[in-house]
Design a protein around this ligand. Structure first.
Ligand code: GDP
Ligand code: MG
Length: 293
């Protein structure tokens, strides 16, 4: 019997989540069919090998310091924890001993699923530091998402932690709806790479048009911010920054889509969108059917 289930990844910004996810999911970036269970959470990737399928969920914003999460966003992140079969709590080992997940995420009860505390950036540790951490954080796994050290062992361990189950997703099913989602995530992430602290939590990205019957594929994408000042930052002097973001995003989006892309990139101001239920729904932070959110 194969194994299949949900791996939820949680960690502070800069812990190395994206780097690790890239290693876990790699080229097979999640392209997920529109099934009820796939729209409930934020699926960021699916790793399917012969005998194991991992559906990887993200918990955006959950551990961001000083970031007041909208209740709906927190609900979604907490559900990704609650739905997990196993949780990867990723911490930057160079920041020394991490708080427990319960403390970091302000949980009232521990999650149901086992939590693997994974200390990343082991390549940057001196042996004595590693030794200290080994003693201070019992059961911690050391990895380097950058070099790959320890990642195979972690994947084996995750596989074993999943229940015996048929695969949850067919191996090569593609839906435009989820490609849109991943394009939006790629563009948002690319924009964040080029910005400082002032904008990040106010930034959302939506693919508003996706025409794949033509070459290049036409994709109209809108970056939403909350204030005019943020829009100016995003656009940059003479439009330089938004052009850079567009160019870098297009390269990544072409890899995802597998064909040339014309990326039509816009910036719009939507004041206080983080407090707007309809905007949160539109940006995928909240489900239509969620009365608690
Ligand atoms: P995220 O914010 O959690 O998604 O973190 P990223 O994956 O974007 O990584 C944040 C920074 O840490 C980047 O500069 C990465 O190159 C770096 N990084 C990630 N993993 C490792 C690692 O294993 N070793 C080292 N030395 N740097 C890493
Ligand atoms: Mg990241």
């Amino acid at each position: 019997m194969p194994r299949a289930g949900i791996v939820t990844v949680v960690g502070k910004p800069n812990a190395g989540k994206s780097t690790l996810l890239n290693r876990i999911v790699g080229e097979k970036l999640a392209i997920v069919s529109e099934k009820p269970q796939s729209t409930r959470d934020r699926v960021v990737g699916i790793r399917t090998t012969d005998q194991v399928q991992m559906v990887v969920l993200d918990t955006p914003g959950l551990l961001n310091p000083k970031y007041e999460l909208h209740r709906a966003m927190r609900t979604t992140a907490l559900r990704a924890l609650a739905d997990a079969d196993v949780i990867v709590y990723l911490a930057d080992a160079t920041e020394r001993v991490p708080p427990s997940l319960e403390t970091a995420a302000d949980l009232t009860t521990p999650p149901r699923a086992p939590v693997l505390t994974v200390l990343n950036k082991s390549d940057a540790l001196r042996p004595v530091e590693r030794q200290e951490l080994t003693e201070a954080v019992p059961g911690a796994r050391f990895i380097s998402a950058l070099t790959g050290e320890g990642v195979d062992a972690l994947l084996d361990e995750l596989g074993v932690a999943l229940p015996e189950s048929p695969f949850l997703y067919p191996e090569d099913e593609i839906s435009t709806a989820s490609v849109r989602f991943f394009v939006a995530e790629l563009v948002r992430e690319t924009a964040l790479e080029q910005l400082d602290e002032e904008v990040p939590y106010s930034l959302a990205c939506v693919v508003e048009e996706f025409r794949e019957e033509q070459t290049p594929v036409y994709i109209r994408t809108v970056l939403y911010v909350e204030r005019d000042s943020q829009k100016r930052i995003l656009i940059g002097t003479g439009g330089q920054r938004i052009r850079d973001i567009g160019r870098a995003s297009r390269t990544k989006v072409e890899q995802l889509v597998g064909s040339p892309v014309y990326l039509d990139l816009w910036v719009k101001v939507l004041p206080n969108w983080r407090k707007s239920d309809s905007a949160l729904r539109r940006f995928g932070y909240r489900q239509q059917d969620d009365p608690s959110a």
